[in-house]
Design a protein around this ligand. Structure first.
Ligand SMILES: CC(C)(COP(=O)(O)OP(=O)(O)OC[C@H]1O[C@@H](n2cnc3c(N)ncnc32)[C@H](O)[C@@H]1OP(=O)(O)O)[C@@H](O)C(=O)NCCC(=O)NCCS
Length: 183
């Protein structure tokens, strides 16, 4: 197993025009996520659809991963609705922050970069909560024909729960941030 990279070795930068050329060096087995970063991330950002941040590995200066966030809500279906009712919460839906895209460069897999990006997302939600309510992180977890590359393993390891099982495509998952203090 490769060694873990510590948070002090990471620099986070908001995606901007100045990064355009270095994006060409980004590699991932999930081609769609590479294409999004190279072709759409900046455009979506300019249109205020989503916001992307780049995670650089300080010692090598390499782009180790990126994360794209947007606002979201989670509808409380039967089981969740009941669970929240017991907590005195009677709404049909609750506010969330969605991880629209999250991808680690192939050379940095299993070194803790994905974990740092999730920890950073929690930091972002804490900031948002100073101004507006936000309770969940949501994600449509990518599946891969090669099960060992399925991102569901990662999100489960990080305390996410499955919102809805689907036969095909991505699996919607969520994490209730009120549980953070219990971890
Ligand atoms: C999913 C992904 C983001 C994980 O990032 P990562 O930096 O490699 O993950 P971490 O090193 O932080 O892993 C943390 C823990 O998650 C679990 N995990 C991560 N990848 C895993 C895998 N392929 N299989 C099983 N468990 C996995 C492990 O428990 C791991 O801890 P360990 O390495 O000490 O055993 C990365 O594999 C990736 O970018 N995949 C391609 C794109 C993608 O699927 N993105 C998500 C969908 S939007």
């Amino acid at each position: 197993m490769p060694g873990k990279i510590s948070v002090s070795e990471i620099v986070v930068e908001p995606l901007s025009e100045k990064h355009k050329t270095l994006l060409n060096g980004f590699k991932s087995f999930e081609k769609e996520l590479v294409d999004f970063l190279k072709n759409d991330a900046l455009d979506n950002q300019e249109k205020k659809i989503s916001k992307t941040h780049l995670f650089f590995h300080k010692p090598t200066g390499k782009l180790s991963g990126y994360i794209t966030l947007l606002t979201d809500k989670i509808s409380l279906h039967a089981e969740l609705k009941e669970a929240f009712k017991k907590k005195g919460i009677n709404y049909k839906s609750l506010p969330a922050l969605k991880i629209g895209r999250l991808c680690v460069h192939d050379d940095f897999l299993r070194m803790g970069i994905g974990t740092h990006m999730l920890d950073w997302t929690v930091f972002v939600i804490k900031k948002i909560n100073e101004f507006a309510g936000c309770r969940f992180i949501t994600i449509d977890a990518k599946r891969n024909p090669d099960k060992s590359r399925d991102s569901i393993h990662f999100y489960k390891a990080k305390g996410f729960e499955i919102y809805k099982e689907r036969e095909k495509g991505s699996t919607p998952m969520y994490k209730d941030l009120s549980k953070l203090s219990e971890e």
